[in-house]
Design a protein. Structure first.
Length: 447
């Protein structure tokens, strides 16, 4: 059989159920789908294909899945750092969003975020923000796969001046994008139980259920949020959401740091997934999610970067290293969260968390050809004893050489094929100049 695309001469880290690694193998792709994964035999040429990609002995793995991010926040990278979550949000991020988030800025910031993700090996992301139609158009143009949601919050937001219409606005987004584009799947995202009323949360979940879509929400990110929830409702944020009947297999909760044993049991029993964002949690000193306990309870956990303003990058290789090291330190156990498990979180479990387990997350026949190839001919990746160890502890996003989504090449030899990156950088820098001068004027007024 001839293929459209053949990737050969690579070490295949399949992340399938058995964590199979093929030391020298090839992958045959037809119609954007993986049709064959085979070891190469000596003196036997690989099969023919329209396009042959020589992985040059490098590592080949499923594209990474960023299970929690806010793409246009790349605009605010480094704008306000070294602050606690509440003042970071209320004094810096929310005002900057109110002033500068509009379709034009969202478009360029999303293209920037997609460029950064593709160049560092992320082929699918999940999240939500405002002006999401523009986000979806920008994502679709880059060829990245995504689950995207129009954000719901109970105060005036960019593009939704009247919060009474927030759920309607989000529902209309899902109707416009449902089965509209092969790579964009719509979703509903409520910001958090502390910024959305019970009524808003319930209506938003109902809107997601109407079309069988993923419902996303930030939960138990800070101790303050948990304490406030207990004093206001008598329940933890997780228990409160359960009482509202919002937790099921189509619910993805970001952060989940301040959990007690009962919360973990609820999440496991309801089959909800968690998006773990260790770098954002560390930077905002929000706390350490009880990851090993969540995993022991059988909860599906994906890995996320969160928005760029609290990370401050979208490189999931860095996030994998951080996750592995953080939970070893937190548990005092160097065997906690081994490399293979972290890779699984960033690929197949992330795919499961966002409702895409049947399509992506591993190199297996029948799955979409979302594949990345890393160049291992570099000092920091030499020698190579254990591929999974290198992927978590030694490699970085900059080692990604080729990226394919549904069999389409989006990065070849570290060059983006669907984005004019110089144009994107120039446009974002021009918008940032406005943000900088606005900040400057504000500081003069305060003096
Ligand atoms: Zn977030």
């Amino acid at each position: 059989m001839d293929f459209d695309l053949l990737i050969h001469n690579g070490i295949l880290v399949t992340v399938d159920r058995t964590q199979r690694i093929i030391p020298n193998g090839w992958i045959g792709i037809q119609g954007g789908v993986i049709q064959a994964i085979e070891p190469a035999w000596p003196n036997q040429a690989p099969p023919g294909a329209g396009t042959c990609v020589d992985a040059a002995g490098g590592l080949v793995m499923p594209g990474l899945v960023n299970s929690h991010t806010h793409l246009p926040m790349s605009l605010f990278r480094g704008l306000a750092d070294d602050l606690p979550l509440i003042s970071w949000l209320n004094d810096h991020i929310f005002p900057a969003e109110a002033r500068f988030i509009e379709p034009e800025t969202v478009y360029w910031a999303t293209r920037l975020a997609c460029s950064e993700m593709l160049l560092s090996g992320t082929t699918c992301c999940c999240g939500g923000y405002f002006h999401e139609d523009t986000v979806a158009v920008a994502v679709a143009e880059t060829g990245l796969r995504a689950v995207l949601a129009q954000g719901v919050i109970d105060f005036p937001a960019p593009g939704v001046p009247d919060p009474l219409h927030n759920v309607t606005h989000a529902r209309e987004f899902t109707r416009r994008w449902k089965e509209q584009h092969r790579l964009v799947t719509p979703s509903i995202f409520c910001h958090a139980p502390y910024t959305c009323s019970d009524r808003t949360l319930t209506a938003a979940k109902a809107a997601a259920d109407e079309l069988n879509l993923l419902f996303q929400v930030h939960v138990a990110e800070t101790r303050f949020e948990r304490d406030q929830s207990i004093s206001r409702t008598g329940h933890s944020p997780v228990a409160h959401l359960e009482r509202l009947n919002l937790l099921d297999r189509r619910t993805l909760m970001a952060h989940c740091i301040w959990l007690d044993d009962r919360d973990i049991a609820i999440i496991a029993n309801r089959g909800c997934a968690v998006a773990h964002c260790p770098e954002s949690n560390m930077k905002l000193a929000s706390g350490i999610a009880p990851l090993t306990r969540l995993l022991a309870a059988g909860v599906t956990v994906g890995l996320g970067t969160d928005g760029c303003a609290s990370n401050n990058n979208l490189d999931l290789f860095g996030e994998m290293a951080t996750a592995a090291k953080l939970h070893k330190l937190a548990s005092g156990d160097p065997t906690a969260l081994d490399a293979a498990r972290v890779i699984q979180m960033a690929t197949r479990d992330g795919a499961r968390a966002i409702g895409m387990a049947d399509r992506i997350g591993s190199l297996e026949t029948g799955k979409q050809a979302d594949i990345i190839v890393l160049d291992t001919r570099a000092p920091h990746l030499t020698p190579l004893y254990h591929p999974q160890s290198h992927l978590v502890y030694a490699a970085g996003g900059a080692d990604v050489r080729h990226v394919f989504v549904a069999g389409q090449a989006l990065v070849r030899d570290r060059n983006l094929l669907t984005v004019d990156i110089d144009q994107v950088i120039d446009r974002v820098n021009a918008i940032a100049a406005d943000i900088r001068s606005n900040q400057h004027q504000k500081s003069i007024r305060q003096d």
